[in-house]
Design a protein around this ligand. Sequence first.
Ligand SMILES: Cc1ncc(COP(=O)(O)O)c(C=O)c1O
Length: 392
Amino acid sequence: MSNEKIWLSSPHMGGKEQEFINEAFKQNWVAPLGPNVNGFEEDIKKYLFNDSSPSGGGREGDSGEVVALSSGTAALHLALIQLGVERGDEVLCQSMTFAASANPIVYLGAIPVFIDSEEETLNICPEELERAIEDRIAKGKKPKAIIAVHLYGTPYKVDEVNQVASTYGIPVIEDSAEALGSSYKGQKCGSFGEFSILSFNGNKIITTSGGGALVTKNQKAKERTIFLATQARDAAPHYQHSEIGYNYRLSNVSAGIGRGQMLVLDDRVAARRAMHEFYVDLFNDIEGVEVHSVPDNDYFSNHWLSVIRVNEKQTGGINREKLRLFLEENNIESRPLWKPMHMQPVFKDSPYYGKGVAEALFENGLCLPSGSNLSDKDRDRISRAVMECFKK
Ligand SMILES: Cc1ncc(COP(=O)(O)O)c(C=O)c1O
């Protein structure tokens, strides 16, 4: 069919995934543990901390451990628990993100305090973050953690955020769900936080169909994470529990998909970055549309999703919604940027610190098809549809 749907971001298998799955079946490791789980964790650890791929590896002296889990959301939940977040505590969280960044705060009965974005990376604004911390402390409560997100693969301002965090002694949870393959000053995203999370959901740069990982600073935190993720079983021959646990481990079958996907991660990053370049060229001559790019060479983005900002006043009346609907008519999926959490009905009572940057991004930002499996024919269709829309 010539008019098949062009998706925003769909799974892209490399070919070897099935072999790892077959191995799991052959050895009867059809369980939430086994050789693929261990192997997948090792593959990610090597990638994050001593890899020589184009986006750089770990800084000397940096190290960490990886625990494969059933989702990125589960990883965030276990990070918050290990930072001691409890009922009534406050946790600072980037407002412009997917709800999964904030939901686990509420699972624990804690209160999310949302922070605006800055214009350069679209991520948590260090100035607003500091203003919020001072105000929350003045109101009598020091926040327990900061959740910062590398949105759409663009690293947040790591040095500035870390500077604020260390000034006030508040740990950072790095939400790197969208940023495997990105780096900042040569160090991989997923290796910066006190805890860092990754997602392998179906739409991510690599997938295990569903899955995630928690990156910890050391072996002790890894063991604690596994303990909590496997129903908090005490060391006893019978089933004994002194704490509440969770069933959050990744299946050995899913981890097999992940092992196959790790073999092609660098290719996937290169293909997504090429999609970003394609949009830079496409919109070069269209006034009023800006393709979001990194601020400077300190930032290396996997460009998980390519993002544009549409300025209606300069385009002659085309806004992001008109473009989105026009693409939809052509069976091309695009989406507004994440609707900020402080604008969501479910979080309407949560405190928010900001100056309207995230609101404006939501108003005029659009994510365009960015999959690593898009063909020249797909790009041609996107290009023709965009040109037609702006000619009108
Ligand atoms: C920014 C962000 N955080 C967290 C998550 C949660 O990951 P998962 O879907 O694996 O639970 C996602 C993706 O779904 C995400 O985009």
